[in-house]
Structures are given as C-alpha cells and as structure tokens.
Design a protein around this ligand. Sequence first.
Ligand code: SF4
Length: 558
Amino acid sequence: MSRVFTTCINCGVGCNLYLKVRNGRVVGILPSRSGPGEGRLCLKGWTAHKFIHSPKRLTKPLIRDGQEFKEVSWGEAIGLVAERLSALKEGYGSHSLAVLGSAKCTNEENYVLQKFTRAVLGTNNIAHCTPLSHASAIVGLAVAFGYGAMTNSIEEIEDANVIFVIGSNTTKEHPLIARRILRAVRERGAKLIVAAPLSIDLVEIAEIHLQHKPGTDVALINGMMNVILSEDLHDTEFIERRTRNFEAMKKVAERYLPEYVERITGVPAEKISEAARLYAKANRASIIYSAGITQNTTGTDNMVSLANLAIMTGNIGKKGTGVNLLTGRNNAQGAGDVGALPDVFPGYQRVTDRQAREKMEKAWNVADLDDKPGLTQPEMLNSACNGDLKALYIVGENLMLSHPDTNNAGESLRNLEFLVVQDIFLTETAKLAHVVLPAASFAEKDGTFTSTERRIQRIRKAIEPVGDAREDWKIIGEIAKRMGYDGLTYGSAEEIMDEVASITPIYGGISWDRLEDGGLQWPCWDRSHHGTQFLYEGEFFSGLGNFVPVHFKPPLSN
Ligand code: SF4
C-alpha cells in the first residue's frame, strides 16, 4: 500500500491528507500532521475518497441520441464540440457562447477554461459556481481594501483577543476552524461574539449572542459603529493615517442609534452596545464570516459593513485581526484568482484595462481580446432563457441542484442550442446536455487549490483516471486545437501554473517546487518572496482603505 500526500476537496480550509492506495485503487484516507487540520480531519475529510470508485462514475464520452445517450470515442466527442462551438460562434457571434468553471476544479483547470473562453471563443462569458456567495465577498472586500480575500490566516484566529463570528455556523461548516475558535476561547481567554439568528453551537461558548433577524446584518453592524463613535472607541490615528471617507461613514453610522437598530434587528440595544465595546476595546479583534452573510441580496453591503467596522477600530493589517472569509468550496478562492470571473483576467486584472488586455494578448498570442465584462452565472441562465445565449460549456457544476431556482435553470438549459457538461457523474445537469465528457477526479490528477487563507497547495495524482476519463485541462486543450488554437497545448499541469505565474502578479512567485513545504499564501510576488501571512500591514492595495457607508435595506423576498 502506498500513501499520496494531497489536499482535501470538501471545503476551503484546505486540510492536508494522504490517500491510501492499493492495487491502483484509493482505499482510504489518513490525516496529515501538516496544514490547517493539525493532524485531524472532519467527517467530510475522512470520507472525501468515497466517490472515486463509484460504479456511477462517467467513464466514456457521451453524445445525445434522441432521448438517450450513446457512448462515443474521444475523437468523435471532441470533434463535435469543436465543430458546434465554431459554427455557433460564426453564426451568432462570440457573446452567444459561455463557459462555467468550477470552484471544485484546480487553479490550472480554471485558468485553462478562462483562457479558452477569452482567447478561443472570444468572450468574457466565463464564471464559476459561487456567484451568489463568494462573489459578493470579493466585490465588497475589493472595494474596501483592494483584494477580495481573507485578510489574515487560519492560525492567527488563536492570536485574537476578541473573535466576532457572523454568518457562519462554524462547527457545522468549517469544524476545524471552529476547533481553533474553541481553543482561543478556552485556552487563551479570547472573548467570542456570535451574531446568528439561531442558537448555533458556538453560542454555548460566546460572551455575547446577537440573535438578529435574518438579513439585518448591515443595521446591526452600523449600530455597533454608532456606539463605537459615540463612545469614542474608534482608532483615530489609524483612521487619519490609513483611510479615506470617514466623515461620510460617520454621517451614516450616526443614524443607527442602538434603540433604532433594536427595532430592525430584534437585538436589545444594550447587547449591541456591549458587543461594540467588546470588539472595539480589543487589542486584536478578528471577524470571521461565511455564506450566511455573503449569500444574501445585500451580500456586498454586508461585506463592506464588516470592512468599515474593522478599519474604524484599526483591526486590520496586523496579526490576529482582519475580516476573514471562510470559503465553502475547496477552490472558491483560486477559481477567481486565476480569472474564472467575467470582469477580470487572472490576478484580478480588469478586462476593461487596456494595458491588462495587451499583456494577455501578448502572452496568449491572440489579438483583440473582448474589452467588455461578460455574464455572471445568473446572467448566463437569463440569457439562455431569452434565447441570446446559444451554447454553454459547464465544467464540474450541477446547476440543476445548486441554482436557487431549479425550474429557471432547467428551462434555461433546455433552451440552449448546445450544452456541454464535463463532470465525473451523469448529474441532473449532465442529463440535459448534448455532449457529456468524463473528467478525472482529484485523486487522478495533479494541480493546485487555493484555500480560504489564500494558500496555494498541491494536489497529487494517486491513481490513473477511471475508464476513459481525462483531466479537464487536457480535454479543453484538445478542443482548442480542433478550433485552430494551439496556445492551450501543455505538457503538464505544472507548465500551466508556470504560465499563470508569468502573467499574474499576486501568483508571481508560485511554482510547484516551492509548494512542497506547506504551500504559499498570495500575494507572492516573485521567487524570492515567501508569501503573505496577513494583508495590508503597511498599506492597502491602492494606498488607503475605503470607508464605504451603506444603509440597511430589507432583504428581498419572493
Ligand atoms: Fe476537509 Fe474542510 Fe473538513 Fe478540513 S475542515 S477535513 S478541508 S472538509
């Protein structure tokens, strides 16, 4: 039996583990002492291998034949996909085509997908599967600070004197982060504030539970800032030296008197004041949040509100502080980092920026990259529904389960002239496709994931792909070649990461050989740079941090 060192695929924490391999099969999992799990795995980690040898795995390319599918050779399937995409591009134009990458696929695969979309299909219609959660965090944090990512590191949770958890049922969703919170409270005397509409497990060890009504986060946070300002608990020196737009923030916060906020949130005014004092008086206060606050019609407002709270009290740019997003999917961070988003190239370089386009055109050996942001995932479905989008290529995503409105998803997907699904199972979405391509699982390929703390870590091939399944990047490279573009022909996934590093400043120092010892956290500017444990120590991305005042808006309901 051999053991292959790799990374868990079941959430953004990125625990390290070993796959136990016998006779070409993955037969079990062992935790690794290295990495954020510290020698432990949660139940999801222990069972991460269970699907690999499922008899339901896709093992052959399939082409629709009436109501059924028929098995075909790779040559036939790839030929058909290339031919149909070329014909639709010719007939309806590039913007009639779109690609959906996946926060479960590797960085290398998502990079290849976005390059294929931009360089071959000629559109920025590329997104991945977390538009309703992670995207609001990316946008909110980017507006306030510069980067849409967790500001600090997982291990620093235990350096905080006060931990403010909001929108995260941490013991259920990220158990090994919850373990750190527990240790910080029990062993290091940290105080915990939990803002949650329900009495979640963490409430048991919390100093204060803010049981606010769902969707009233902005009012709650504005209320806390009102108390901080009125009791002079804000960090004047930090605000003057490192931020802009404070006066506008003050004006908004002044309106959120605790008694007014009590009426909106249902949280007693005195509790709001207590939480504000506890947070603001801490030397090091860390905010931890997840989909419970990002996956909301006001998700971006929620994000900027948390950012406002952190910079008002100087709780950013130092160890044990920050605004810390816990991503749900294992590579939600990385998929966006490498450009599987409709408005940015790899490294969040804007498609509207002429210099960025020229840089990519040179690197990819193409002309006239699209200068308009493409469609987000919900926009793709709407566009398919109204007949503008003709073809969609979905990789590793089951929209028929993950989209909030499955009726709308089904109607939209059925309306497409051409749907390709590349996955490891014949999912509900794949059943609607014209072509289904069998992909390799995480145990069958090499690559990297970027964890919630911006840490780029390796996954390693333990077994050969089952049946005729192939790595996603190889499939896309073949289709691109058939469509007349050979800039996606790589010898290995490692070669792809070298290309990512060459055009992505925040990944500039990343190469696989440097990831052997625990990975690296971006920004990692060059090969002599050791990565960045926490962001914004000296300055924010564009110098100053932005206060972005927002008013409470009631959540939308159907
Ligand atoms: Fe895997 Fe997340 Fe559990 Fe760690 S916490 S073992 S990464 S599911």
